[in-house]
Design a protein around this ligand. Structure first.
Ligand code: AMP
Length: 346
């Protein structure tokens, strides 16, 4: 086991002192017979928080400071060569990302079969939050929450880090402080986004941009902007906008709302690998349903969602540009007024 950033003290761990509830979790962590002495020396595993795309996530408390962390174990299936150096390097770079709306990666440990990432801990993810508290019907709270997501994305994009798999499960919430932070930024480049989670659960496609679903091989920042549009719509309504159960079902759900894209709307669409001339031709609904179901958005919020959900990726404004949209004018602490030019000016 090697740690790439030792900073906390390392005390020997004794399973006999662990509370009973921890033993099952410990046994699970140790199922491959690996030696996690260093992690267990420094962290007390409290509970399993969930299972994400890349691995299991545990709540772990620092034995030195008592602070909680989220410990993510990413099992790597290159048993012979060990964890690829590229993955370790990519992930280690993410420790440099430091922004109030991006989950902080504190440490990275590795052994031949797994990487262990120690993240800042937050109360719950946005999917759970919306289920528990409902949609953001108050327009100011919605603006504030959405703005934090756009700021997190703006920060990562300005540091050339793409997310590629933004979804409510990857947005974490500090409930008391109304703070939202994006999780898993940069992991897709280190490990690629699999079609199935390591548990074989299908990875959700609901927030995936149409260019990815239609087979475009090169894509960039606009894919995260598309996901932000979907997340913002879901915040406003508590319902996913394109909840498809397959790639084609997700694409057709987009077409039913936005209209089937044409060459006029999205030059080059007909050349994409998975676009078929025989696709049904649905008309554009101009999001009439979303307008009714998400009153907190108002005209201005609807405009932001529609800009994020432009079929043509080059027409989706950057996160930086969108943060200058009048929708975000009233957000506390968003002191951009002075430096701001007219919204539509390129
Ligand atoms: P993920 O692999 O990031 O999708 O994580 C799976 C689940 O674990 C998430 O949906 C969250 O509920 C939980 N989780 C992940 N990271 C954290 C964190 N930093 N703090 C609290 N819970 C987390």
């Amino acid at each position: 086991m090697s740690t790439l950033a030792p900073s906390l003290s390392s005390a020997p761990y004794s399973t006999s002192t662990a509370p009973q509830a921890d033993l099952a979790v410990l046994a699970e962590l140790l199922d491959a017979g690996e030696e996690e002495d260093e992690i267990f020396g420094r962290f007390q595993i409290v509970e399993k928080l969930g299972e994400g795309t890349y691995g299991k996530v545990y709540k772990a408390v620092s034995k030195e400071t008592g602070y909680p962390f989220a410990l993510k174990k990413i099992r790597i299936r290159y048993e012979e060569e060990g964890v690829p150096g590229t993955a370790i390097r990519e992930v280690s770079l993410l420790k440099e990302c430091n922004h109030p709306n991006v989950i902080r990666l504190h440490e990275v440990f590795s052994n031949p079969s797994a990487l262990y990432l120690v993240f800042e801990f937050l109360d719950m993810d946005l999917r759970v939050y919306i289920k528990r508290f409902g949609a953001y019907t108050d327009s100011l709270l919605l603006k504030n929450a959405a703005c934090q997501c756009f700021r997190g994305v703006e920060y990562c994009h300005s540091h050339r880090v793409l997310h590629r798999d933004l979804k409510p499960q990857n947005v974490l919430v500090d409930v008391d402080k109304h703070t939202l932070k994006l999780a898993d930024f940069g992991l897709a480049r280190a490990f690629s986004v699999p079609l199935r989670a390591y548990t074989h659960e299908v990875v959700t496609l609901w927030y995936r941009a149409p260019e990815i679903l239609l087979g475009q091989s090169k894509y960039a920042n606009p894919i995260d902007i598309w996901s932000l549009g979907c997340i913002m719509a879901e915040m406003a309504t508590s319902q996913a906008l394109f909840p498809g159960d397959s790639e084609i079902d997700t694409i057709f759900k987009m077409f039913r709302i936005l209209g089937t894209p044409t060459e006029e709307v999205w030059p080059g669409v007909s050349q994409l690998r998975d676009f078929k001339q025989e696709f049904p031709k649905w008309p554009d609904t101009h999001f009439s349903d979303l307008r009714t179901k998400g009153p907190g958005l108002g005209d201005s919020g609807m405009d932001v969602v529609q800009l994020c959900l432009r079929f043509n990726p080059v027409e989706r404004p950057s996160a930086r540009r969108l943060l200058q949209h009048p929708f975000f004018d009233m957000v506390d602490g968003l002191d951009q007024q002075a430096s701001r030019g007219p919204w539509r000016q390129p």
